[in-house]
Design a protein around this ligand. Structure first.
Ligand code: NAG
Ligand code: NAG
Ligand code: NAG
Ligand code: NAG
Length: 332
């Protein structure tokens, strides 16, 4: 005879309640099940996920205090300014940034003392974030006394093409016609002239200077373009992608840590004070993963066997009833 449905429903309700309301002992036995939204969020239509985060303590410490969601726009803050995040490419570990104070092929943004923008990272962040080697920075209107030209006697300037993008093409942009027509002085196209005049434009990869501080470099402005390898930029500068393409890198050890943390239902994060990796397991945190915390394990060790036995007993009786119910009803 089949057990009444009412009895079965009550039993299952008890089983469910029991398995879901048992932390912290339950979280040690069966691992945590932290909601995916604990650290993942959206800003506009961009997903913000590990190693980035909008919540303190989430994400990797090397990328902390970096992204902010302001009126639906994802912004990246650095000492040199705020950049709009246009795209986050998790597969290729790349960010595409837009700087509103940057020149492009259609409009120049030049000011005699520079606008103080560019791209400068905090020294502690440098191991984790840097512009791509295929990103070209074009420094515009730099003075002869610029640190850019010191230590490079005669015409051996550090300026060069980067991934096929350089000043020769950039100076062909229509924006320069307007600039010259408006009284902007024309200097040597990209090489500087014999009188020691600096070039109007100097193109460099990030690796050559590792800090693009427009005012410190005594320039009037800058532009930046990128080419997504292995596709090289073709044709004139009007067709380049303008913006700053940045990649992130995490220490090798982080991959294993974060993989184990996620596999046990946790969310990868970091300690807001020590900045060490931390696995967020719901109502407790672990320095390894949600299955193993020496402290948490010790404090609940005494109750573990009893709790586990009780759960198995309930589970077993629930399954037996279900099986019995199913087998009797299917024979009708
Ligand atoms: C996000 O929205 C912007 C416009 O608001 C659009 O240009 C962009 O392509 C969108 N990005 C994605 C990944 O959908
Ligand atoms: C766990 O770590 C996160 C991030 O550092 C912190 O916000 C939270 O308060 C911690 N929780 C506990 C229970 O210590
Ligand atoms: C850029 O250089 C100027 C002048 O040297 C300096 O005052 C400023 O702090 C620098 N900015 C950054 C972000 O390093
Ligand atoms: C830079 O690229 C331009 C255009 O492709 C080319 O004419 C020029 O020779 C290149 N300069 C160097 C130094 O390679």
């Amino acid at each position: 005879m089949a057990p009444p449905r009412r009895y079965l429903a009550a039993l299952l309700a008890l089983l469910c309640a029991c398995t879901t309301t048992m932390p912290p002992a339950g979280s040690v036995v069966a691992a945590a099940n932290v909601p995916i939204t604990t650290c993942r969020s959206f800003c506009g239509n961009i997903t913000v996920d590990y190693p980035f985060a909008l919540h303190p303590g989430c994400g990797h410490a090397g990328l902390r205090d970096l992204l902010f969601c302001i009126n639906g726009a994802l912004m990246l803050h650095l000492p040199s300014g705020s950049y709009r995040v246009v795209d986050v490419d998790y597969a290729y570990r790349g960010l595409t940034l837009h700087d509103p104070a940057m020149s492009d092929c259609r409009a120049l943004d030049l000011a005699p003392a520079g606008r103080g923008n560019g791209f400068v990272l905090e020294p502690w962040r440098e191991p984790y974030l840097s512009p791509d080697p295929d990103n070209v920075f074009l420094l515009l209107g730099c003075r002869a006394t610029s640190p850019l030209f010191q230590g490079f006697p005669d015409r051996h300037l550090p300026c060069r093409n980067v991934s096929g993008m350089g000043c020769g093409d950039y100076l062909g942009c229509l924006a320069w016609d307007d600039y010259y027509a408006g009284g902007g002085g024309r200097r040597g196209p990209s090489s500087g002239d014999a009188a020691g005049q600096p070039p109007e434009c100097c193109a460099l990869p990030w690796g050559a200077i590792r800090a693009v501080n427009v005012s410190r470099l005594e320039c009037e402005g800058y532009s930046s373009a990128y080419s997504l390898a292995p596709v090289r930029a073709e044709g004139a500068a009007a067709g380049w992608a303008y913006g700053i393409r940045v990649s992130w890198t995490l220490p090798e050890s982080n991959r294993g840590f974060c993989g184990a943390c996620r596999a046990t239902g946790g969310a990868c994060g970091h300690d807001t004070e020590s900045h060490a990796d931390l696995c967020l397991c719901g109502d407790w945190n672990s320095t390894s993963n949600c299955d193993s915390s020496a402290d948490a394990a010790r404090s609940v060790a005494a109750t573990l066997p009893a709790v586990a036995a009780l759960r198995w007993a309930i589970l077993a009786s629930g399954l037996t009833s279900l099986w019995y119910y199913a087998s009797t009803t299917s024979n009708m």
